[in-house]
Design a protein around this ligand. Structure first.
Ligand code: UN1
Length: 509
């Protein structure tokens, strides 16, 4: 540790080239074009990729549509076989793909591997789902009739993902879409296209083992906004699952609405945790530290607002200031590092601007905020005591800043939790059953995720993931999220000889 930062002498570019080779991405793809891909670890360029042309985007959509017409008739459990093989490839490649996530997105080794584990988990989930896609049988008011609903493949699914979960978000969508009978076209963040190419190479391996399958079940488009827009505008793409900023969602949603395509949006979060007087402070401290500083504050579920009861505020802050002062920041490849770099210089500038604004709005910087190291956008996570929920607190800054607010009554704390425009995740730390249940009730948190004695980040795939209000309303991963990837047909069958009309209507010729 020099200059307050963990450093490693290992060559980032050489490591990336080697890992990409092992993952099956051909070396010639890495120097074909003008999209420079930098590693946030040092800022060095890892590759220059050729961007998918507008013409190629059109061809990709057409190929996916042709694939859909065959894939939809493959029995769902057989479709599940492909996802099972993908899960097997991911298990074998877990360390390498995790390492590539570290090299390209700057996550720690443990978080890089965790992200791949999340992919494996959703594959397992989707394989099970492939034998459980089922519909209801419903009572009909007519004699000798049967009414049921069936779930049918929807069509081509577009996935637009962000740099911070460069591979897991694709898998939440792709694993489910594929067992539901839908091909997938993926536009990864232009900041993390290498992990996408590696995932595609693993998918191709699974496909080769699977045998007969239509071409174009999974495709990757490399590039910036234009490639994403191609997916959003293509009439064949029936569902677009987009993860990113609320600003991006505001562009995507109207285009989809205009052509009546489905939108599954996972946009900004501004997640809070309430710490009550009965909270177990040891547990709270650990949960807050991970949720606020983990992934360098770059999860959509990152804890950004800590709403602390006035009676425990000074005790908790004292311990938090210590934790913020000692957390290891630096090269994410080193096993002692807990906070890696921000994705780029723009992210660091955004953080510094937010900290300046917070101080102008009456905030006191209690810890962190300073840049460390020479190369790469490294910064110490910041802890800021705020007099109120001012405009900067109400905004999502995608960086490790934790604003601290205080409260006296739980109703006041819940009102603060809900008083922002985003609605992704939330938590309460309490040992009081009444407080916990109130927070989870209809009078409590208005977010898509409401946790008790767990931070707002790090959700498992078994639940439906997503949030309300400006977070976009989409739900991905577990529970019944699969229904967004299928169309529902209500089937009423008359097996009698009469033709009774519903609602007793008469129409006798
Ligand atoms: C995101 O940041 O886009 O709950 C997703 C979590 C992770 C997913 C975060 N499972 O923090």
């Amino acid at each position: 540790m020099a200059d307050g930062i963990v450093t490693l002498q290992r060559d980032v570019v050489a490591e990336a080239t080697e890992v990409l080779r092992r993952l099956g991405v051909p070396a010639e793809r890495l120097d074909e074009g003008d999209l420079a891909v930098a590693s946030p670890i040092t800022g060095q360029i890892l590759a220059r990729l050729r961007q998918t042309s507008a013409q190629e985007c059109v061809l990709a959509v057409a190929r996916a549509q042709t694939a859909f017409e065959r894939w939809r008739s493959v029995p769902a459990p057989r479709r599940g076989d492909l996802v099972r093989l993908l899960g097997e490839e991911l298990r074998l490649a877990k360390d390498d793909l995790g390492a590539l996530v570290t090299l390209e997105a700057g996550k720690t080794v443990s978080e890089g591997r965790g992200e791949v584990q999340e992919m494996i988990d959703i594959c397992d989930y989707a394989v099970g789902l492939s034998r459980q896609i089922s519909g209801l049988t419903l009572p009909t008011e007519r004699a000798s009739h049967r009414m049921s609903e069936s779930w049918r493949p929807l069509g081509v699914v577009g996935v637009i993902s962000a740099f911070n979960f460069p591979v897991a978000v694709w898998s939440w969508n792709a694993a489910i879409a594929l067992v539901c009978g839908d091909p997938v076209i993926w536009k990864p963040s232009e900041k993390t296209p290498l992990t996408a190419l590696a995932v595609q190479a693993l998918f191709d391996k699974a496909l080769a083992r699977f045998g007969e399958a239509p071409e174009g079940l999974s495709q990757v488009l490399i590039g910036a906004a234009a490639a994403g827009e191609a997916i959003v505008r293509a009439p064949e793409v029936r569902l677009v699952s987009a993860t990113g900023s609320t600003a991006m969602g505001r562009k995507v949603a109207p285009i989809l609405a205009e052509r009546f395509a489905r939108a599954l949006l996972e946009l900004g979060g501004n997640n809070a945790a309430i710490v009550t007087p009965s909270a177990d402070l040891d547990l709270t401290l650990r949960a807050v530290a991970f949720a606020a500083m983990g992934t360098a504050g770059q999860r959509c579920t990152t804890l950004r607002r800590l709403i602390v009861h006035k009676d425990v505020k000074s005790t908790l802050l004292e311990r938090l200031i210590k934790a913020y002062g000692s957390v290891a920041v630096g090269d994410p490849r080193d096993s002692t590092t807990l906070v890696g770099p921000l994705i780029d210089e723009a992210a660091l500038r955004g953080m510094q601007a937010a900290l300046a604004q917070a101080q102008a709005e009456g905030g006191t910087l209690l810890a962190g905020g300073e840049r460390v190291g020479a190369a790469g956008a490294y910064v110490r996570p910041a802890l800021v005591d705020m007099p109120a929920q001012t405009p900067v607190v109400a905004r999502e800054t995608f960086a490790p800043i934790l604003y601290v607010l205080s409260y006296e009554t739980l109703e006041e704390a819940i009102a603060l939790n809900n008083a922002v425009s985003q609605g992704l995740s939330s938590s309460i730390f309490t040992s009081d059953l009444r407080e916990a249940e109130l927070f989870c009730s209809e009078q409590g948190s208005d977010c898509g995720i409401a946790n008790v004695n767990i931070g707002p980040s790090g959700a498992e795939i078994g639940g439906a993931f997503g949030g309300e209000k400006e977070t976009g309303g989409g739900r991905e991963a577990g529970s019944d999220s699969w229904k967004a990837y299928m169309r529902r047909a209500t089937n009423t069958v008359n097996y009698g000889r009469d033709l009774p009309l519903a609602q007793g209507v008469k129409f006798d010729l």
